[in-house]
Write a protein that binds this ligand. Structure first.
Ligand code: AOF
Ligand code: ZN
Length: 389
């Protein structure tokens, strides 16, 4: 790392934070490509001026640096570029971003996080340095990678980044036995959940929740319906009612059923006719869940929200497949026949509190995994308990 003066350090952190905010705009909209932010800045301190800004374009191309350099034009010469991810070093539809920065005459590049893509992986920084450009790689803070954690998880672990979300009543319940959906979280927290859905590739629930609650699982914030993620129902025996909301709307919002049944078999036909896709699972123990997770990237899923059912939640926790837990504690009391929240959600072990907010009457806390997860893993052969979705 290149030493930098305190003043330069202040500039670097300030502009990197701005580049990160910019990158959030296209999260979930750049296919398997990460949403990257780039700023081109002339001058320092009070005299600093942003002359170019870019975020990875919708669909993943052009890359952020290209967009920012195009805006900066000749003003890129001698400037500092802030990029949230190491500039690429491979030839795609265009030449590498690292070369584009060199050609534009940028003097300094500040990088927010290394790119683990084997085609890049340090080569981007090497191209810059060998052209005499000063490169500073900022220490990787948790917020550094938030905009592209799904991309990182696909490359590092071969599975999506998994967020487990649960609304828990004041008396520790997630619902009431034998009853349909009970509103536990309030409207303000619910809007936050819908915002999370808009930035997520897929939501997963178990068939038990799909039958009991008949949820729609879309993003219903004004103007954001089109950002609704793929709905995935773990339904080993295909017992989801054909008139369930997720099936009826499968023509407009992608719906995937994970089932042990033959996707081409007779039982699958009505679901397929309704527009659902079927993904075959061998069974429904924890190893099958791991296998299912490893099949997700090729189904276009790099970020996954697990939204339903204590059984599914427990299975994910048991399998150590949870990367972030979002717990919404409400003041509502469920009382008799309450379905207890998983202990791993009430007292997350191996997680640290990363964020805490008050949304309306609800307490919202986000817990992030402390230990890195195991490397790209195939499922273990240890016997693991089955889960009943
Ligand atoms: C950058 N800037 O804005 C993004 C980058 O399929 P391609 O050719 O678009 O390359 C995808 C790879 O490029 C992706 O895996 C990641 O390594 C990098 N993404 N790189 O310089 C960007 N989005
Ligand atoms: Zn690039």
């Amino acid at each position: 790392m290149v030493d930098s003066s305190p003043r330069q350090d202040t500039d670097d952190r300030r502009f990197m934070a701005a580049a990160r905010r910019l990158s959030l705009r296209h999260v979930g909209l750049t296919a398997e490509n990460p949403s990257v932010g780039a700023l081109i800045v002339q001058g320092t301190g009070d005299g600093a001026r942003i002359v170019g800004r870019g975020v990875t374009a919708l669909g993943g191309r052009p890359h952020a640096e290209r967009v920012a350099l195009a805006e900066a034009g000749a003003e890129a010469r001698g400037a500092t570029a802030y990029v949230t991810l190491e500039p690429c070093a491979h030839h795609g539809r265009t030449s590498p971003c690292a070369n584009a920065l060199v050609e534009a005459g940028v003097a300094r590049v500040v990088v927010g996080a290394p790119d683990p893509d084997p085609r890049v992986n340090g080569r981007g920084v090497a191209i810059l340095r060998s052209a005499g450009i000063e490169v500073r790689c900022l220490d990787e803070a948790p917020e550094a990678t938030r905009a592209f954690e799904g991309f990182l998880w696909r490359l590092r672990y071969g599975r999506p980044f998994v967020t487990l979300k649960m609304a828990v009543s004041a008396d520790g319940a997630v619902g009431r036995l034998g009853e349909e959906r009970i509103g536990i979280s309030g409207p303000v927290a619910n809007r936050q959940v819908h915002l999370m859905r808009a930035a997520t590739d897929a939501i997963m629930i178990g068939v038990g929740t799909a039958v009991a609650d008949d949820p729609l699982l879309t993003c219903r914030l004004p103007g954001l319906f089109g950002r609704s993620p793929t709905r995935i129902v773990v339904d080993p025996q295909l017992r989801l009612p054909i008139h369930a909301q997720v099936v009826r709307t499968a023509g407009t919002v992608p719906t995937l059923l994970a089932s042990t049944k033959n996707p081409d078999g007779a039982e699958a036909v009505p679901y397929r006719r309704a527009g659902c896709r079927l993904l075959r699972i061998a069974g429904y123990d924890v190893d099958d869940l791991r296998r299912l997770m490893h099949a997700m990237p090729s189904a276009g899923v790099q970020t996954l929200m697990v939204e339903g059912g204590p059984a599914l939640a427990n299975a994910f926790l048991w399998a150590e497949l949870v990367d972030r837990i979002v717990v919404i504690r409400s003041k509502v009391e469920i009382g008799e026949f309450g379905i207890a929240a998983p202990a791993g959600v009430l007292h997350p072990k191996g997680f640290r509190l990363a964020r805490r907010e008050r949304f309306g009457d609800d307490d919202w806390s986000e817990w992030e995994r402390i230990e890195p997860c195991s490397p790209v893993s195939s499922p273990t052969s240890d016997a693991s308990p089955p889960f009943k979705p």
